[in-house]
Design a protein around this ligand. Structure first.
Ligand SMILES: [Zn+2]
Length: 124
């Protein structure tokens, strides 16, 4: 009976034994899974860092004014704000679109202006 050779997904050695075997042993299985996780976790860490920075920037503007704060897009970009990463977005009951980053958000105003607000004041 011809059998196709199978190889360990970790070290690429030929596998013998059960047909559903994917690794030579537990060591290879663990190495493979750890590597997969570290690649995925790295992507997540990068995005989390951007989200945290976005939140910190918005909160810093809010802290200065202690109330909803107008800011223009350029100003946010200069602080390092990244518009690609937010945690939520939608359209409020008044038709204005908003973007949320955890507990703080931006309401789009005319042109390139935004109003920075607490998320609880926008999303109910
Ligand atoms: Zn192996």
């Amino acid at each position: 009976m011809p059998t196709e050779k199978r190889y360990c997904q970790c070290c690429a050695q030929v596998l013998y034994g059960r047909l559903d075997k994917k690794f030579c042993d537990e060591g290879c299985r663990n190495n493979f899974n750890n590597q997969q996780n570290s690649v995925q976790n790295k992507e997540i860490r990068i995005i989390n860092r951007v989200l945290k920075r976005n939140r910190a920037i918005l909160l810093a503007f809010l802290a200065l004014e202690k109330k909803p704060t107008k800011v223009d897009r350029e100003c946010l970009l200069l602080e390092g704000f990244n518009f690609r990463y937010m945690t939520q977005h939608g359209v409020g009951s008044n038709g204005q679109s908003y973007q949320i980053c955890y507990d703080v958000g931006l309401i789009s105003e005319q042109n390139t202006n935004y109003l920075i607000v607490l998320a609880k004041d926008v999303v109910h």
